[in-house]
Design a protein around this ligand. Structure first.
Ligand code: 13P
Length: 250
């Protein structure tokens, strides 16, 4: 059994949800309830509410992250957000290559890799997302797809977090079996060690896709699952905190 390399990371991806008032209220409830939780906690609000949430979380145990960043540190890129701007707003993490961005914005592995380089250069911890569609899994290609995403999306010397999010499990209430999660996370660990040698061993691998209070303990106990990336259930303080308490050591 591999030694525990880090505390589990429980990350909330708020996606495009919550205006400033409810976002601040959620952050306040999370901060008030975070005492005694062993897992590392992270919330990733929309960029525009990040400063308001940062003001609530400042000096507390809950870290802050963005949901995307541009690959350039500044410049003529209308509507985009640069990694140093996330840092300036109080973020220490950024989610990159989420399947919703790959699907809705046509993001490629190469673009995700460039964004990852930019995030690392700015001092952010990137959370790089990978995951297969239902069709790819049904065709028996899940590990091949994830393998290509890993080798395409992670730059040389990658020091960050990987999130395995099967697309068919996102927002659907369906999750892979514990055996399927164990297989994929074991495969991802082996790929990380193949790509990065000893540097691949401490990379945290999160599971994401319909994580709820009721299934969190089982999913988080699977070998090589180093935490969770939570969507819908991260929008309710009680649910997110229950998931965090379900983490090993929690
Ligand atoms: P759900 O937890 O809503 O399935 O979303 C998962 C996700 O996409 C987190 O990034």
């Amino acid at each position: 059994m591999r030694p525990l390399i880090a505390r589990p990371l429980i990350a909330g991806n708020w996606k495009m949800n919550l205006l400033r008032g409810p976002a601040v209220a959620l952050a306040e409830a999370l901060r008030a309830g975070a005492g005694g939780i062993a897992a590392e906690l992270l919330v990733c609000p929309p960029a525009i509410t990040l400063p308001a949430v940062a003001a609530v979380l400042a000096g507390g145990p809950i870290a802050l992250g963005g949901q995307d960043c541009h690959m350039a540190p500044e410049g003529a890129h209308t509507g985009d957000i640069a990694a140093p701007m996330l840092v300036d707003a109080g973020a220490s993490y950024v989610i990159l290559g989420h399947s919703e961005r790959r699907q809705n914005h046509g993001e490629t592995d190469e673009q995700v890799r460039e964004k990852t380089v930019a995030a690392l250069a700015a001092g952010l911890v990137p959370i790089v997302c990978v995951g297969e569609t239902a069709e790819q899994r049904d065709a028996g290609n899940a590990t091949e797809v994830v393998g290509w995403q890993l080798s395409g999306s992670l730059p040389k010397g990658f020091a960050g977090v990987v999130a395995y999010e099967p697309i068919w499990a996102i927002g659907t209430g369906r999750t892979p079996s514990e055996a399927e999660v164990a297989d994929m996370h074991g495969f991802i660990r082996a790929e990380l060690e193949r790509q990065f040698g000893a540097g691949g061993a401490p990379i945290r691998i999160l599971y994401g896709g319909s994580v709820k209070p009721g299934n969190a303990a089982a999913l988080l106990a699977v070998p090589e699952v180093g935490g969770a990336l939570v969507g819908g259930a991260s929008l309710a303080a009680a649910d997110f905190l229950a998931i965090a308490r379900a983490a090993p050591g929690g």
